[in-house]
Design a binder for this molecule. Sequence first.
Ligand code: ADP
Length: 302
Amino acid sequence: MGIFDRRQKPPAPEDAPARPAAPAAPSAPPELPLLRRRLEETDGIALGRIATHDLSPDAKAVADRLNARLDALASAEKEQIQFIADVSHELRTPLTVLRGSLEVALEEERTAEEYREAIGNALLEVRHLTRISQNLLFLTRGESGRVTLSFANLDLGRFAAETVREVTPLAEDRELVLTVSVPDHPVYVFADSGRLQQVLHNLLENALRYTEAGGRVEVRVESAPGEARLIVKDTGVGIPAEDAPYVFERFFRSKASRRVNPGGSGLGLSIVRWIVAAHKGRVTVESEVGKGSTFTVALPML
Ligand code: ADP
């Protein structure tokens, strides 16, 4: 029975008084009026904390719990405000470029070739905006529990070899050597193959983008006791040690890599982290600037 409960606590049988009946209008416990007053002080202040200095221990315990919920709400609100600011910031750059190239195209009569170039540039930005909105939609759906995964047994080795085969032409275009090595026995995991493909695509896309021509990208599958590992290793630009803990955060982009890939959105690795967590796995990164990065996805093995 909480202190907000106006009913009087029934006496324990052993200390039940000899009186025949409880009073018709039981008086409230003394801490209730004080707690009510402290609550009223915060009327009109949406996230106003309840003062607890003069409350009894029981009333203080209740007020502390309410205050803790208000703290959680305040930090969720802060995160949301930051998220909206980040989204607006990320949308602003491609929109500015898009507007600029269309305005320049319309300024005067142009040749067909010039129009084609302007439309081509505009299209690149539209694609970038589409990617951002698709990724954002996926993340927000995921976080609100609206992405359903369909799990099945999957041989991680075969899966990795097939995905790498699809991506090989892209690596060749970028003059990179892409290799895959998998154990000669099946490595079964319980996974949603479409989502896992999204994970490997995102990791491979990064490895190819952040590695200069002539570099190497290697995909490896390993099995350890109780754990299967999918490893994507590159000889690219690397990630500064101070940035490594943040690369899985939404919109985080390391300064150095912004130069190599100005078109990134900082959402790919947040999606990787979300999908891997939904598989009860974890993803980690080890990296050295100028030498390369290794991303490891560890999944529970069947
Ligand atoms: P982006 O669209 O910017 O690539 P991601 O979420 O995929 O977004 O990655 C976040 C940041 O992590 C990147 O901007 C980059 O700084 C860093 N990063 C990710 N993968 C690599 C890699 N293979 N090599 C170097 N830096 C990487």
